[in-house]
Design a protein around this ligand. Structure first.
Ligand code: AMP
Ligand code: ZN
Length: 110
């Protein structure tokens, strides 16, 4: 099982901030900003390259819930980041979206 599947299964602890049948959100263990949340589908999708018509519901579920998750952390302005593949710095090969905020972020994306 991958790291995030282990977290979803409850085998590795995390600080959960939102959970439903399809998605889980938890605090990033190494935050880059005052608010740094990871949101994952509960099914293993390796990366954005593996989103298909059959599993894209998980992605829309995540995006429908992101405003609520951000609000629960006290923010309504934030950056959503997805790293896809080696060159983009994807270290955990389970599709995830970073919600980063709680401070004034730099205007440059990279
Ligand atoms: P990425 O580089 O886009 O693959 O992001 C992976 C993220 O997962 C990094 O920001 C890590 O800090 C975070 N991370 C790694 N292990 C854990 C963990 N056990 N609990 C929470 N976040 C983690
Ligand atoms: Zn996984």
């Amino acid at each position: 099982m991958c790291l995030f599947c282990e977290i979803i299964a409850g085998n590795i602890p995390s600080t959960k901030v939102y959970e439903d049948d399809n998605i889980l959100a938890f605090k990033d263990i190494n935050p880059v900003a005052p608010v740094h949340i990871i949101v994952v589908p509960k099914v293993h999708i390796e990366s954005a390259n593996d989103i298909t018509a059959d599993n894209s519901k998980y992605v829309s579920d995540i995006f429908e819930k992101i405003p609520e998750i951000a609000k629960s952390q006290g923010i309504d302005s934030y950056r959503i980041i997805n790293n896809c593949g080696e060159d983009a710095g994807q270290t955990v090969k389970h599709l995830h979206f970073h919600i980063v905020g709680g401070t004034k972020l730099g205007e440059k994306i990279v």
